[in-house]
Structure formats: C-alpha cells, structure tokens
Design a protein around this ligand. Structure first.
Ligand SMILES: C[S@@+](CC[C@H](N)C(=O)[O-])C[C@H]1O[C@@H](n2cnc3c(N)ncnc32)[C@H](O)[C@@H]1O
Length: 289
C-alpha cells in the first residue's frame, strides 16, 4: 500500500487545491470536529501544540479555540497551504500567544525531539507513503507525557467507487487510495513506544447528484489519483466516465435519484511512553478498541 504514493505529486495536488479546498471539505471539517471532541475527556493543558498537514487551517483553528493560551504550530508539505493558514491567523499583540508556521514533511519534521505537549493531524496520514514513519515522527517530537491524536480514512471509504471501478475498469481500481483498517492502524501505532492507545471509527454516507460530482469533489479536495504512483493524468476518458456513471447509478442510487458514497473516519490517540522505542522488548501496547 505504502509505496503507492508519490509525495511530490501529493504536494502539487494539494497546492493546486488551496483555493477550492474549503468549498469541498465539509466532511473533513466534521471529522476534525469529532477528532477534537476526543480531547474533551482528556486531562491535558498543552503549552505547545503541533498540527501536521494543517491544510487551510480548519483543525488548527479548532485547536487554537480550545487551548487559548497555547502556542500553535501549523505545518504542511504544501507551502501554499501553509501560507493560506498563516493568512487566517491574527497578527500577534505582545501579550498574546504565538502562531508558528512551517513547511515540512510529516516523516521528517523540522522540529527537535520532545518539543510539543500535543501533536495532532486531521486526515493527512493517508497521504503519507509510510504511515508508521509519520507516527514515529509524531512520537519523536512529543514531550514525555504528551499526547498524539490523529484521524485518517478507513478501508470502507469509497467502497462503492472501488466496486464500480473493479467492474468497469479493473486497471483503474488503484486510483482509489487503499485506506487503512482499524486493526493495522492500532498495531502500527502500538509499535511506536506509546501507551493508553485508543482507536475509534465513524461511518458517513454522503449523497451526490451523480457519480461525476463525487469524483469532482474528490479532485477539488486535492485527492488526485495522479498522486498515486503508476497513475497518469487524463485518467478517466469520456467513455470510461459514462461507464462509471451508468454502473454507479444502477447500483448505488437512493430512491430520490441521488447516488451515495461511504466514508469511514478512523481516529487514534496515544500517550508518549517515556523510554526509547529502540528498546522494543519493553514495549507493551495497550489496544482498547
Ligand atoms: C485532506 S488535507 C487535510 C487538511 C487539514 N488537516 C484539515 O483538516 O482540513 C491533507 C493535508 O495534508 C498535507 N500533506 C500531505 N502529505 C503530507 C506530508 N507528507 N507531510 C505534511 N503534510 C502533508 C496536504 O498538503 C494537505 O494540506
């Protein structure tokens, strides 16, 4: 799964999506709100927070609203996304907390070890070629006793589109990301010297006027199939689009004439365990769900 993603093309696709991203991102915002809700019952008062893959900054602003005194660091692999987020943040008055912005790759973060009390990421890890490398980076920059919290899409996401492509054009099925399942996500995180690991999932069913509008929305979000290695531009020719539309409509249409698509959001949180994760024999992951 993991070598499928081309990081340069991911950067390019998201940079190209900056202007229209917010128009299409209601689901991303809802997942962000639910991710934030996971902090409601958590005893934490972070001074320094890092949000990885900040995009246009929606989740970063939720964090800023919740932790009013914390210094907030937003990072993204796309410079355009970082600039957009920065432009939304108020100019700092001397007595106010600081916002920081940086361009950085989630698997090689430009921060020292043990820098943050809370490290978050909303719907970014599915775009990182090696998910576990990102989890280890989140763990590296966490202070001992700190918390990491992230969301991603699960394997039931876009099952209808995958089935449609498998039927009308099997060679295009790899143009939908192979999303993680909750068990392997928990296992990967459990190997990163963390404790108190908790995973959770939500299913969403969204409706669209037709299959084409679903695909246009995915493109508007920067979820370009070009970012998946082996896929090229101009992927769906007109004839193929007609076949996709026909199959999708026949199999995945509500009575009201609209088509539907499933999205599964996975959430994970874990606390920094205070010893080197090289010392693997001492790592006892606790998987709660
Ligand atoms: C689906 S958007 C989510 C944006 C934001 N977190 C939100 O909740 O709306 C994914 C973001 O991850 C960024 N991204 C993708 N790969 C990345 C990587 N390797 N390192 C850092 N950011 C990355 C993209 O540029 C994009 O802004």
């Amino acid at each position: 799964m993991e070598e499928l993603i081309n990081v340069n093309k991911v950067r390019h696709a998201f940079s190209g999506a900056v202007k229209n991203y917010d128009k299409h991102a209601e689901l991303q915002r809802e997942v962000g709100r639910r991710l934030l809700a996971h902090l409601e019952f958590t005893k934490i008062n972070p001074e320094n927070i890092l949000d990885i893959g900040c995009g246009t900054g929606f989740f970063t602003r939720l964090l800023a609203g919740k932790y009013k005194k914390a210094h907030i660091h937003a990072t993204d692999i796309s410079e355009s996304m970082v600039c957009h987020t920065k432009a939304q943040h108020p100019k700092r008055l001397p007595w106010q907390r600081k916002y920081h912005h940086s361009v950085g790759d989630a698997i090689a973060l430009p921060f020292k070890d043990a820098s943050f009390d809370l490290v978050t990421s909303n719907l970014t890890i599915q775009w990182v070629p090696e998910a576990q490398a990102m989890m280890k980076e989140m763990r590296r920059v966490l202070k001992p006793g700190g918390l990491m919290l992230f969301s991603t899409f699960g394997r039931r996401t876009l099952v209808e589109l995958k089935q449609t492509l498998a039927h009308v054009s099997p060679e295009h099925t790899s143009s939908v990301l192979p999303f993680a399942d909750v068990m392997s996500l928990g296992n990967s995180l459990g190997e990163c010297a963390v404790e108190g690991l908790v995973t959770d999932a939500d299913l969403f069913t969204l409706t669209y006027p037709n299959a084409l509008s679903l695909m246009q929305e995915l493109k508007g979000l920067g979820a370009s199939s070009k970012a998946i290695k082996g896929r090229s531009g101009g992927l769906y020719g007109r004839a193929l689009l007609r076949h996709i539309e026909a199959y999708y409509t026949e199999h995945f249409q509500h009575d009201n004439g609209k088509v539907y698509a499933t999205f599964e959001a996975l959430y994970a949180q874990a606390w920094h365990k205070d010893y080197s994760y090289k010392d693997k024999k001492n790592v006892i992951p606790i998987v709660c769900s």
